[in-house]
Write a protein that binds this ligand. Structure first.
Ligand code: NAD
Length: 409
């Protein structure tokens, strides 16, 4: 739908639109795993390579019981738009296995990860297609996959995968990359459209307190904004004067929960806070709302109640199209996911560069390089928005499609 709108803005031919919508290659296979009880199980797996006009394919591998080919196709095309928008020399791909990784032992998971690589080995590689972690996969799985691919190729191939553990060729700053990129985008947006005279008066509510939610909370609070509410799958807390973020991260690490009494055990500060649910966080009186947990959180059912002036989509797809149609006429600005959370893939790109060059960069260098890419992407989108008089969401797609279409031409 958005692709259609962007193609119209750009005046693309129907032939080009058709090409942009069609994946270049679809690999579908089964990965056999010898289970701990001696039986053999087969798991359905896919790798979809959507478009490589701008460079090698890039995209994560998801291990999830509900994964299916249609989802992998949609996510692969999203990667094409995201890498294009970020101005990095990659195309888009995605992979998946239909499995609940929590149901496997560590040995079974390793067997499955290595088997996946054997199934796609002819089609991936540092200059062909570079996978990374996604939902249900992690640095350990990338390490097994890199090792398997290196064995097949007969020499070390660290640049064939990103998202590796730091001690195995991963990059400093990758952990913070997505949250940091979101902070840079928001800073650029506020420079253009200040919401308050003083940054200290800007209030923020964040749904989700995992990698992305915690990191963006750290950067925003370090730069003076007030994080007035945070929630995760188990609950949340509000503090109108601003939550002490390092203390809350420490509490969540120790207790696994966001708990105001455990966050401020020795002070009366806990009494100034109150608990809040995920649902109530989304409709709080706040300047900025950051969904950083799951997709489809702001829908036609709660969009009418949203009071934030700006929504920064750090999760993938947290605002549905129906909610967009309610929020935009109300004057709410939505900074779309493929721009807001693009710092993750940019961080992966710098890991790839280091792996190819057998080099290690300091964290400051990685973050400075990410910052430059995010600022450039933001400015290009802002320009497209002004030129075509379109929404931020239409502008990110127009910008992303334009680069891919030009390269294909
Ligand atoms: P994570 O697993 O580290 O954290 C997810 C957080 O969401 C956890 O705090 C969890 O408790 C919370 N959560 C789960 N269900 C919830 C619910 N019903 N209500 C409120 N909170 C809930 O994941 P992450 O890496 O932080 O990713 C968060 C989002 O950002 C996802 O949509 C992901 O696709 C997207 N994203 C992540 C990256 C990255 O580099 N990690 C990059 C791009 C996009």
């Amino acid at each position: 739908m958005l692709v259609d709108q962007a193609a119209k803005v750009l005046n693309l031919s129907s032939e080009m639109k058709e090409k942009l919508g069609t994946p270049n290659r679809i690999l579908a296979f089964e990965v056999p795993v010898k289970m701990d009880d001696g039986t053999e199980k087969k798991f359905a797996g896919w790798r979809v390579q959507h478009n490589n006009a701008l460079g090698p394919y890039k995209g994560g591998i998801r291990f999830h019981q509900d994964s299916n080919l249609d989802e992998v196709k949609a996510l692969a095309s999203l990667m094409t738009w995201k890498t294009s928008l970020m101005g990095i020399p990659y195309g888009g791909a995605k992979g998946a296995v239909a499995v609940d990784p929590r149901s496997l032992s560590s040995r079974e998971l390793e067997y499955l990860s290595r088997g996946y690589v054997r199934a796609v080995a002819d089609f991936i590689g540092p200059d062909k297609d570079i996978p990374a972690p996604d939902v249900g996969t992690n640095g350990q799985i990338m390490e097994w996959m890199t090792d398997e691919y290196s064995k097949i190729m007969g020499s070390p191939m660290p640049a064939a995968f990103t998202g590796k553990p730091i001690e195995k060729g991963g990059s400093q700053g990758r952990e913070e990359a997505t949250g940091f990129g979101g902070y840079v985008v928001l800073r650029e947006f506020l420079n253009r459209r200040p919401l308050a005279g003083d940054i200290k008066d800007i209030t923020v509510a964040i749904q989700g307190f995992g990698n992305v939610g915690q990191n963006i909370a750290v950067f925003l609070s370090q730069h003076g904004m007030k994080i007035i509410a945070v929630s995760d799958s188990k609950g949340g807390m509000c503090e109108p004067d601003g939550i002490e973020i390092p203390q809350l991260i420490d509490t969540k690490e120790k207790t696994g929960m966001i708990d105001r009494n455990k966050c401020y055990p020795l002070s009366s500060r806990a009494n100034l806070c109150h608990d809040c649910t995920n649902a109530s966080l989304l409709t709080l009186q706040t300047d900025i709302l950051i969904p950083a947990a799951l997709e489809n959180q702001i829908t036609d059912e709660n969009a009418g109640e949203v009071k934030a002036k700006v929504i920064l989509e750090m999760a993938n797809g947290p605002v549905t199209p129906e909610a967009d149609a309610i929020l935009i006429p109300k004057g709410v600005t939505i900074i779309p996911d493929i721009l807001a959370n693009g710092g993750g893939v940019v961080g992966s790109y710098f890991e790839w560069i280091q792996s190819k060059a057998n080099d290690y960069w300091e964290k400051e260098k990685v973050l400075a390089a990410i910052e430059e890419k995010m600022v450039n992407a933001f400015r290009a989108v802002a320009e497209a928005k002004e030129t075509h008089h379109i929404s931020w969401r239409e502008a990110v797609y127009a910008r992303a499609l334009d680069r891919v279409a030009q390269a294909m031409k």
